[in-house]
Design a protein around this ligand. Sequence first.
Ligand code: B1M
Length: 208
Amino acid sequence: MDYSQSIAASLESGNPMELMNLVEKAIQEGIAAEEILNEGLIRGMAVIGQKFKDGEVFIPEVLIAAHAMTHAITRLEPLLAQSGVKAKGKLLIGTIKNDLHDIGKNLVAIMFKGAGFEVIDLGVDVSAERFVEAARQHQPDVIGLSALLTTTMVNMGSIIGQLRNNGCSALIIVGGAPVTAEFAVEVKADLYAQNAVEGVDKVLSAIR
Ligand code: B1M
């Protein structure tokens, strides 16, 4: 089994110490941080998501994996952000109200930092009012809305409407597992991205 497969397997089996050791070894072996992330951590988490859906694992197991993944991402963060150049703009990002999923949103934030953006991360469960207030305070160039639940993504349109009604002209990008390009058009977002790297690419193309 190669490192990526071992990392995915160790995340699935909920063994944080083993996971960190494998991530460390993979880094020392010169495996690219992106590969460790995509082929190891994200792949492992996708399996856990499927098992959760199928009733084979439950919230505690998912939480253990999520904590382990967060630690591993923290270790990878400086490597992922190494491509950073001069500041390209300011991103305000958050996971929307009633949604506590933050792993994907954190990855988006890391990738934007790596691309040279100043990032203001509002965290999870962010209301429309907080987005509006933070947009007024920080005057971002880009606002990112993340949602992982079909029950919360439906609020994206209202948040975008309230931002626009309050005079915010920042570029708005939406994403998260259940969000699609069609949905992004429906809620009047400027951009949609399927993953963090695509998010950075699309924003850079739009602001160039
Ligand atoms: Co929950 N959860 N969860 N969960 N969870 C999902 C999302 C689910 C699909 C699992 C399933 O049923 N298969 C399901 C949603 C079903 C639906 O709505 N259709 C679900 C559910 C139901 C729930 C609860 C309701 C369970 C319950 O309590 N009964 C509950 C809700 C809590 C709440 O938010 N109010 C819940 C709770 C949790 C935990 C707390 C246990 C934990 C979250 C821990 C944390 O985030 N700190 C958790 C987890 C870990 C998951 C799964 C297994 C993994 C999510 C993840 O981190 N993926 C998830 C199943 C799955 O997605 N396969 C699931 C890895 C991450 C890197 O990917 O977040 O998709 P992702 O981010 C990607 C892209 O989506 C994109 O880029 C990232 C990668 O580059 N992206 C953006 C994300 N945001 C973006 C923003 C952008 C651009 C791209 O621009 C701004």
